[in-house]
Design a protein around this ligand. Sequence first.
Ligand code: TYD
Length: 133
Amino acid sequence: MNPTLLQIKTVSTPNLGSLSFFEADHDIPFPIKRIYYIHGVAKNIQRGAHAHKQLKQLLFCPYGSVKIFMDDGHDKGDVVLDDPSKGLIITPCIWRDMLWLVENSVLCVAASDYYDEGDYIRDYNEFITWINR
Ligand code: TYD
């Protein structure tokens, strides 16, 4: 599968570091209704193990390194988010797992909708049934 990578716009200032930014609708193809972030995770911990029915997300890692495994039910792919200017757009119906390669990496998500447990598919067999419905 072809993951949709986004080079997050980044302004670097000599001796002062860098500033990265993106705007809903302009830089990412959906409005943002929710931001969340996962932190305080030890190395080699894996989270995720779900898909979303409708939700679109932009994942980025402002600190550390997290590997994202994706599966659309036919093909699999993975991306390492190891640079604050790297973004990964995950469209609906992608099963994902996230593996912490570096302790205390921070994984941020900009999501197209509010939290709704009903949008989750947390069982892989159910996911396969859902995509073949
Ligand atoms: P979950 O999405 O399962 O996290 P991960 O995929 O990283 O393992 O969410 C973990 C818990 O947090 C779960 O109980 C749902 C809750 N949660 C919210 O209450 N609001 C949110 O916006 C999110 C993303 C999760």
